[in-house]
Design a protein around this ligand. Structure first.
Ligand code: ATP
Length: 501
């Protein structure tokens, strides 16, 4: 029908213009306005539109992703899952809730680093509550045109209600990833478009009532909670906050167990060892480790994934792919001394901690040492941080001992060292005592920083100077093999200690 009107319009407009020109009316301005109007209409429509049917094919099909995921398919995160399920019971036991006069739960905010399973949680929540699942992301509401984002929010809620009715479901879960994009603090200034979008979201949330059918729950994810406007976080809106943190060792093992299910592992492969070596990895990185390991096995035409495939996959995820950068021999030698510097300090201050020393370039690094964290740490003593700084300074110290000067290769190490010194200062572990940065001058901070780093650099050089034989022996192996395993390295250190005893 609309097509018919369009065709009549296309025929009618030129006839009208010819008639007006014929009777002496100047049609040029009219023509100009018409062209402008039509191009504006098509431009807005192609960007998602402002009408009821807005949403665009792509977005709609993304929203329609069916959700069959259960909480069992999310590894670790036991506390977050428990808190979320408790909150979701509000949606399920709505009769009881209504009887007691409890206001409905409207919004749940999931916070945590990227790749920790926030999206998975929202999908599992939809499954658990037998709800329609709609997903979108904050960035999808961002438009140049004022009002488009707000209209998309309206459409989203409307579509959730329509779909729930169509599919015979009593509730709908709307998941908004990266909510900070639209939910940042309103300044009433330049970002009027964001403000309008956020206002619309708040209005829609205020319009959710307990006895409405279908019941709507909004789940949102962010890794920058402090950026959010307080209006979003106040009671009655996103008043349930659930932290979805990086997994601990047990969590990592259960994530690996989930993702290994469709992958053949060779006998003797220890996922527990992988969980131990992947401190600080997110669920998404762990999934990637298993995937990359399978790709390495395929490259070697192996039917099963072996432990060394997994070890290479950890390096790949941590540092990036091996590069073909062919360094000059002098440069490679310097890298070898630099990495051995890190490794020797690490092994002496924390025996058993070096997993592997490598001098083949990977990602941006020319060489690297993989460490074995003893166990997950959340609390650090002054001694521990100082040792950590010495490990970071070990590379530059070795270059100074063997070449008399440093290179640009220590830049990252120094950044790490500086951030650890900052941590020490902020935690009251330095001679500045318990302090706030406002209380001390920049000069005082610089002086303290230099004193700490100079003293630790001195200790590191002294320590390394006593290990010249270890350097000599491991240097030859490293230059020949490019890789030195933790065990071989430890044997070299032990034999040197026995020799010098
Ligand atoms: P972002 O903040 O970047 O959107 P996210 O926290 O929403 O990330 P997800 O999209 O849920 O992360 O996770 C990405 C992928 O990582 C998942 O598809 C899954 O393969 C894997 N993953 C992450 N966490 C877990 C987990 N706890 N259990 C199993 N798999 C996980």
């Amino acid at each position: 029908m609309s097509k018919l009107y369009k065709e009549i319009g296309i025929g009618f407009v030129p006839v009208l213009l010819i008639f007006l020109a014929f009777v002496g009316v100047n049609v040029v301005p009219l023509l100009f306005i018409a062209i402008l109007g039509v191009s504006l209409f098509y431009m807005i429509r192609s960007r998602g539109g402002v009408g009821v049917s807005a949403g665009g094919g792509d977005r709609k099909s993304k929203n329609r992703t069916p959700s069959y995921l259960t909480f069992d398919e999310i590894g670790g995160q036991d506390r977050a899952k428990r808190e979320l399920m408790e909150a979701l019971d509000f949606l399920i036991k709505h009769d009881q809730i209504q009887k007691l006069g409890i206001r409905p739960l409207k919004g749940i905010l999931l916070t945590g680093p990227p790749g920790t399973g926030k999206t998975l949680m929202a999908k599992a929540a939809a499954h658990y509550t037998n709800s329609v699942y709609m997903a979108t992301s904050g960035s999808e509401f961002v438009e140049m045109y004022v009002g488009v984002g707000a209209s998309r929010v309206r459409d989203l809620f409307k579509e959730a209600r329509t779909r729930a009715a169509k599919e015979g479901k009593e509730s709908a879960i709307i998941f908004i990833d990266e909510i900070d994009v639209i939910g940042g603090k309103r300044d009433g200034g330049q970002h009027r478009e964001y403000d309008q979008t956020l206002n619309q979201l708040l209005t829609e949330m205020d319009g959710i009532h307990t006895n409405d059918a279908p019941r709507i729950l909004i789940m949102a994810a962010t890794n920058r909670k402090e950026m959010l406007d307080s209006a979003l976080l106040r009671p009655g809106r996103f008043d349930r906050h659930i932290d979805v943190d990086l997994p601990d060792k047990k969590g990592r093992l259960s994530i690996l167990d989930i993702h290994v299910k469709n992958k053949p592992l060779a006998e003797g492969v220890s996922l527990e060892a992988i969980a131990e070596q992947t401190f600080g990895f997110s669920g998404a990185q762990l999934e990637s480790v298993l995937n990359e390991a399978a790709i390495y096995a395929l490259r070697e035409e192996k039917a099963e994934i072996e432990q060394h495939h997994l070890a290479s996959a950890i390096d790949k995820v941590m540092m990036g792919e091996r590069t073909d950068k062919e360094a000059a021999i002098e440069e490679k030698e310097r890298v070898a001394y630099h990495e051995l510097g890190h490794a020797i300090v690490a092994e002496i201050v924390r025996p058993g901690s070096v997993q592997q020393v490598t001098v083949s370039p990977r990602g941006k690094a020319l060489g690297y040492v993989r460490h074995n964290p003893p166990q997950d740490h959340y609390l650090y003593t002054k001694d521990y941080i100082e040792q950590q700084i010495m490990i970071a300074l070990g590379g530059a110290a070795a270059e100074e001992i063997f070449y008399g000067g440093r290179s640009t290769g220590s830049r990252n190490d120094f950044e790490q060292a500086l951030s650890m010194v900052r941590n020490m200062m902020d935690s009251g572990l330095t001679s500045l005592g318990i302090m706030d940065r406002e209380m001390v001058t920049k000069e005082q901070l610089m002086k303290e920083n230099a004193a700490i780093l100079d003293a630790l650099m001195h200790r590191t050089k002294e320590l390394l100077d006593r290990q010249r034989t270890v350097f000599d022996h491991s240097f030859d192996i490293l230059m020949k093999e490019e890789v030195l395993s933790g065990e071989t390295f430890r044997k070299l250190i032990d034999s040197h200690i026995a020799e010098s005893a």
